[in-house]
Design a binder for this molecule. Sequence first.
Ligand SMILES: Cc1cc2nc3c(=O)[nH]c(=O)nc-3n(C[C@H](O)[C@H](O)[C@H](O)COP(=O)(O)O)c2cc1C
Length: 330
Amino acid sequence: MSIAIGPYIIDQPVILAPMAGVTDRPFRQLCRELGAGLVVSEMVTSDTRLWNSRKSRLRLDHAGETAPISVQIAGGDPEMMAEAARENVRRGAQIIDINMGCPAKKVCKKAAGSALLRDEKLVADILEAVVQSVSVPVTLKIRTGWCPDSRNGVAVARMAEDIGISALAVHGRTRACGYHGQAEFDTIAEIVREVKIPVFANGDITSAERAREVLDYTGAAAVMIGRAAQGRPWIFREIAHYLATGERLPEPSLDEVREILLAHLGELHRFYGELMGVRIARKHVGWYLKTLAGSESFRKTFFQLDSAEAQHASVHEWFERRITRGAQAA
Ligand SMILES: Cc1cc2nc3c(=O)[nH]c(=O)nc-3n(C[C@H](O)[C@H](O)[C@H](O)COP(=O)(O)O)c2cc1C
């Protein structure tokens, strides 16, 4: 079943979660190509005075992205959030997503992200200001509440729907939970029952089977995948296929992983430039290699390389050796 966010139809019920430092433009594009129905940008601060930094400029760059372009904004001041929303739409955002789900200290110190959930009046002021400031759909990402004793996610969800939020992503932990314990889906199921807008269930979903269970249990319209996509962007097609057919896709071959990784590497170098691209590539390549047995010593070697060419060549060669070895053993 397809999901409508304003005029946009999301045809796969599997969405890439916003992750600062991870879901940059190259990664978002890759996830879309590999089956994500929607991808959400890293959060952008609502303080437009900070947008001149290189980091912000890159986060605000959506050239060539597939529609709908969803941009997440973070901040605690309604007027600044409204201004940030308007400015992002001017720069190409087709959906504005509001971050009330991230516990990162940097964000919470300024009473933004999930820290806002403690103050429902401020939440309402921010949602109203943003919804009124733009004509594109506005979505919201929350946790299930402020802390386990105060799971006000249901109240916030109802309020968000009344104010005109078009879809809601819910991470099944409270703000106080950080990333500890297991995500819980009872509150998400309750939210789904209480609102008519599409709800996306998020937290600890790492396989196609788990995605099916979470959708069945919560009744959510889609699952949202964060950490499990790191180094495994093909998880989106695996989940989409399983949800549609009940059958598991085979793991990608080493050949295909190499192609995906080399293309990703190239995009990172192009997008960030060599100096920054090489540093950012280390993190992503490390994630890919984690999923491959026997890659520990290569990871160490790779982390010391400091040029785009050397990174590319070493990945190519490492896979080549393994593919040849595999073919000889067969
Ligand atoms: C490195 C990292 C960065 C994140 N950055 C953001 C962010 O910018 N905005 C946001 O709403 N959530 C952010 N999150 C939270 C994720 O979107 C997601 O809710 C959380 O990781 C739980 O989903 P998962 O278990 O599938 O990873 C971040 C999470 C991680 C691990």
